[in-house]
Design a binder for this molecule. Structure first.
Ligand SMILES: *Cc1c(COP(=O)(O)O)cnc(C)c1O
Length: 425
C-alpha cells in the first residue's frame, strides 16, 4: 500500500468518507484520492512525492499559482499582527473598496468566509427586500450547500422543486423553482406565470459546476429585463467566474448590471473569503442597518483579507488577463487537436482562465447535453493523465482552471501527456 492509500484508509476512520468535501473522494472517477503534501507554482506533490501539474487550482482560487511570493510575505507579516480580532480592520475596508471599484454593480459589499455563506445571505437579503419567498435557480448550477439551493427540478416546468439532499424539508424546497439553464422560453414562461411572486433569480452567469457552459449575451440581457419588470432581485453568482473569466466577471464582459453579486474563491487568494453585495438600497436592509440578519465570527479575517488584497492587486495589473486567457485558450485548442489525432470524440473551450473538456462531439449548451458525455472515457482519460502527472478535476462535471504560472512550457508538457493519454484510452 502506498502512502496515499494508507492515508485514505486512516482518514476514513475519523472523517466520513475520508474527506472534508465530497468531490475530493474520487467517487465518480474511482481510485484513491491523492493527499497533497505541498504545492508551488503550477505544481502539487502528493504524499508519495509524485508531482502533478495542477488544473483544479483549489477549485479556482489559486489564480497566481501556488505559493506566490508576494501573497506569502504579506500573510506572514499579517500573522505577526494578530489572527483575528472580532472587531473591524482597515484591511477589510480596503478589500471592500477594491471589490466595489472592480465590479461597479457592487455599490456596497459584505465580507463572509465562504461562497456558500455569500449566496445564502444574498438570498435571505433578496427575500427580505422584496417581501417575497419564491427563488428561481437553474439545473446544473451550484451555489453552495444551503437548504434552499439543494433542490432539483420537479416533474414539470412550473412544479415546485424537490430536495436533492436528505435533510432538506420539502417545505423549504417548495420555495425554489428549478429551470433548465440557457433556455429562454422556459424563463419567459415562468415569469409570465409567477413573476409577481419571485423574490430572486440566482444564476452562475457562466456555469462552472456542470463542466463549463456559457450562455450568450442575449440570454442574460432578457433575464435582466424580466427581473426588472417583475421586481425580482437578479443575483449573479460569480463566486467562480468573478475573477476567472476576466477582471470584471461575466457582468463586465456582457455589460449586465445584476442587483446583487456573490463572490468567493479568487477574492481570498486561497484563504476563506466570500462576499455579497450590490445595490445600496438593497444592502441597506442588512443588519445593523436593516432587519435582515447576517453575521460571522471570522468574517473579514485579517489574514484572509490580506491574501485576497494582494491577489486582487496583482491580477488587476495591465495585461494579466490577456496572458492568462491565451494560456487557457492554447490548452483547450491543443487538447482538441490531440484528441482528433487519436480519433477520440472530444471538444473543449475556454473562457478567460476557465476551461471545459467534454467527451462529446460539440461543446454542450445546457445540463441535458453535458450529461450525454462519455463518462467512462472521461474517467479513463482522468486516470491516464493522473499517471502522466497532470491533475484534472476528478469529475466530468467540473470546469478546469489555469494560473498565470502555467506558462508555455507547462502547457506543452500537458499536451504531450494528453497525446499519450488519448492514445491509450
Ligand atoms: C464554489 C462555489 C460556491 C460555493 O462556495 P464555497 O466557498 O465552496 O462555499 C458557490 N457558487 C459557485 C458558483 C461556486 O463555484
Amino acid at each position: 500500500m502506498n502512502r496515499n492509500q494508507q492515508l485514505f484508509e486512516r482518514a476514513q476512520r475519523s472523517i466520513p468518507g475520508g474527506v472534508n468535501s465530497p468531490v475530493r473522494a474520487f467517487k465518480s472517477v474511482g481510485g484513491t484520492p491523492r493527499f497533497i503534501d505541498r504545492a508551488q507554482g503550477p505544481y502539487m506533490w502528493d504524499a508519495d512525492g509524485k508531482q502533478y501539474i495542477d488544473y483544479i487550482q483549489s477549485w479556482g482560487p489559486m489564480i497566481l499559482g501556488h505559493g506566490d511570493a508576494d501573497v506569502v510575505a504579506a500573510v506572514q507579516q499579517a500573522a505577526t499582527r494578530g489572527f483575528s480580532f472580532g472587531a473591524p480592520t482597515e484591511g477589510e475596508v480596503e478589500l471592500a473598496e477594491l471589490i466595489c471599484e472592480l465590479l461597479p454593480s457592487m455599490e456596497q459589499v459584505r465580507l463572509v468566509s465562504s461562497g456558500t455563506e455569500a449566496t445564502m445571505s444574498a438570498i435571505r437579503l433578496a427575500r427580505g427586500f422584496t417581501g417575497r419567498s419564491l427563488l428561481i435557480k437553474f439545473e446544473g448550477c451550484y451555489h453552495g450547500h444551503s437548504d434552499s439551493l439543494l433542490v432539483k427540478a420537479g416533474s414539470g416546468l412550473l412544479t415546485f422543486g424537490q430536495t436533492s439532499s436528505a435533510g432538506v424539508p420539502e417545505e423549504i424546497a417548495r420555495h425554489t423553482l428549478v429551470l433548465p439553464f440557457n433556455d429562454l422560453p422556459a424563463l419567459e414562461a415562468v415569469f409570465a406565470e409567477k413573476g409577481a411572486e419571485i423574490a430572486a433569480v440566482i444564476i452562475e452567469p457562466f456555469a462552472g459546476n456542470m463542466n463549463l457552459i456559457a450562455p450568450g449575451e442575449a440570454y442574460h440581457r432578457r433575464l435582466r429585463e424580466l427581473c426588472t419588470a417583475s421586481g425580482a432581485v437578479l443575483i449573479f453568482d460569480e463566486v467562480m467566474t468573478g475573477f476567472r473569466v476576466g477582471l470584471t466577471g461575466v457582468q463586465g464582459r456582457y455589460g449586465i448590471t445584476p442587483d446583487l453579486t456573490t463572490l468567493g474563491k479568487v477574492i481570498g487568494g486561497g484563504m476563506p473569503v466570500g462576499a455579497f453585495g450590490g445595490r445600496r438600497d438593497i444592502m441597506a436592509h442588512i443588519a445593523p442597518l436593516g432587519g435582515v440578519y447576517q453575521a460571522g465570527t471570522l468574517s473579514g479575517n485579517p489574514l484572509a483579507v490580506t491574501a485576497g488584497l494582494v491577489t486582487l492587486n496583482k491580477i488587476r495589473q495591465p495585461g494579466f488577463y490577456e496572458t492568462l486567457s491565451q494560456r487557457a485558450a492554447r490548452l483547450a485548442a491543443g487538447l482538441q487537436d490531440a484528441a482528433r489525432e487519436a480519433g477520440v470524440v472530444f471538444s473543449a473551450q475556454s473562457m478567460g482562465s476557465m476551461f471545459g473538456l467534454y467527451f462529446t462531439a460539440e461543446v454542450p449548451q445546457n445540463f441535458a447535453e453535458v450529461t450525454r458525455s462519455d463518462i467512462a472515457r472521461f474517467n479513463a482519460f482522468f486516470h491516464a493523465m493522473l499517471d502522466e502527472g497532470v491533475y484534472l478535476a476528478p469529475s466530468a462535471y467540473e470546469a478546469g482552471f489555469v494560473s498565470i504560472v502555467h506558462d508555455d512550457a507547462v502547457i506543452d508538457a500537458t499536451l504531450a501527456a494528453a497525446r499519450r493519454a488519448f492514445a491509450r484510452i
